[in-house]
Design a binder for this molecule. Structure first.
Ligand SMILES: [Zn+2]
Ligand SMILES: [Zn+2]
Ligand SMILES: [Zn+2]
Ligand SMILES: [Zn+2]
Length: 363
């Protein structure tokens, strides 16, 4: 929070001639001491840099807004003619180097968008849609996305570190953006996925043979009619190269990947449809159709189709002992008794909508 070492220029007149040198930047390299106004002017486009200000005894950490800086949207950092600085609102902005209590002026020119679109077009992801008071920088969301994939860092631990970057001595005094962060990260992942899968760019109009809305990465090496195979009616035969058009699939299940019946947040719904699990309603309808003694299933999660109890039949297949050995009691209180998946055997790519929750032991 504070550092002691001043330098010989501390308290001397600033180069601008109208202030004294008290303030320096801890994020810029070789930042000289300057007055507050010079700091704010030089950081118009770098408002998330932390400042240190000399208070006579030691340096105290300050935010850009503490020094009178406001972030103006819409004019490359310059003031908007129709939005004076008095219209600034408080916005807590979470960035990779900490949490900033910023003052933001929204552009009010005739072509300006709403707050939501102004924030997102300036790489700030609002924490809510109506009158957002919290935003996350795209840098932070990209940073966390990579950390969570590369090092399995949890959102909780990441936010704790961000709060410590804000105030390492008293991290509990820093704002806690964790609840909003959890929601926003899920949306960020969804939007990133839609962009990468081409859904945001209308890829379905190009790859018309695929299921509309496909969000699964399909194996580029396995033969896929209409994508990486020659157009022909007759299949290749009596030729070694017919294997170039053979697809090898493997199907396997994990019967320890179970889910017990417990309370769920009914609003915690799956955002992604059309990836690896079948659509909730579609799967439910299928289970009803195949019927036998499938009970009515309550839905807590679109991807999970849950049975109240495991009323399963023994297999008539003499060889499939694994099924017959399952004990009814073993699956008591389970809403999902395992997962079965189909994938391409040679390259390990999961097939779209080919992963299913099992309802009755190994069936
Ligand atoms: Zn700086
Ligand atoms: Zn100055
Ligand atoms: Zn404007
Ligand atoms: Zn493959």
């Amino acid at each position: 929070m504070a550092s002691e070492a001043g330098d010989s220029t501390t308290g001397t007149p600033c180069a601008c001639g109208s202030g004294t040198r008290t303030t320096r930047c801890t994020d810029c390299l070789q930042s000289p001491l300057s007055c507050e106004q010079c700091f704010v002017r030089e950081h118009k486009l770098l408002p998330f840099h932390w400042a240190e200000q000399w208070n006579g005894d030691f340096f105290v950490r300050k935010d850009y807004a503490d020094l009178g800086g406001t972030i103006t949207l819409g004019h490359n950092g310059d003031a908007c003619k129709h939005a004076p600085s008095s219209t600034a609102i408080d916005l807590t902005i979470v960035h990779t180097n900490g949490i900033h209590e910023s003052r933001v002026v929204f552009c009010k020119c005739s072509l300006h968008g709403d707050r939501l679109s102004q924030l997102t077009s300036h790489q700030l992801f609002p924490g809510s849609t109506d009158s957002p008071r919290q935003a996350f920088t795209f840098d932070l969301l990209k940073n966390f996305h990579l950390y969570s994939l590369a090092s399995k860092k949890s959102a909780y631990d990441y936010m704790n570190a961000i709060r410590r970057l804000t105030n390492n001595a008293f991290s509990k005094d820093a704002p806690n953006p964790y609840p909003a962060f959890l929601r926003i990260v899920r949306l960020w992942r969804l939007l990133t996925m839609m962009k990468r899968m081409g859904q945001a760019h209308g890829i379905d109009t190009v790859l018309t043979h695929r299921t509309p809305g496909n969000m699964a990465v399909q194996c580029p090496a396995c033969p896929e009619p209409g994508f990486n195979m020659d157009e022909r009616i007759e299949p290749l035969d009596k030729s070694i190269i017919r294997h170039t058009e053979t697809i090898f699939l493997s199907l396997d299940g994990n019967f320890r990947l179970q889910r017990k019946k417990k309370n769920n947040d009914p609003d915690d719904i799956a955002l992604i449809k059309g990836a690896y699990f079948p659509d909730g309603q579609e799967y439910k309808d299928y289970l009803r159709k195949v019927g036998d003694n499938t009970p009515e299933v309550p839905t807590f999660h679109p991807a999970l189709h849950l049975t109240s109890e495991c009323d399963f039949q023994k297999s008539t297949c003499a060889k499939l002992n694994a099924v017959n050995m399952q004990e009814k009691i073993k699956f008591k209180g389970m809403v999902c008794t395992g997962v079965v998946k189909c994938k391409c055997a040679r390259h390990d790519f999961s097939l779209p909508k080919a992963t299913a929750n099992l309802q009755k032991g190994e069936r």
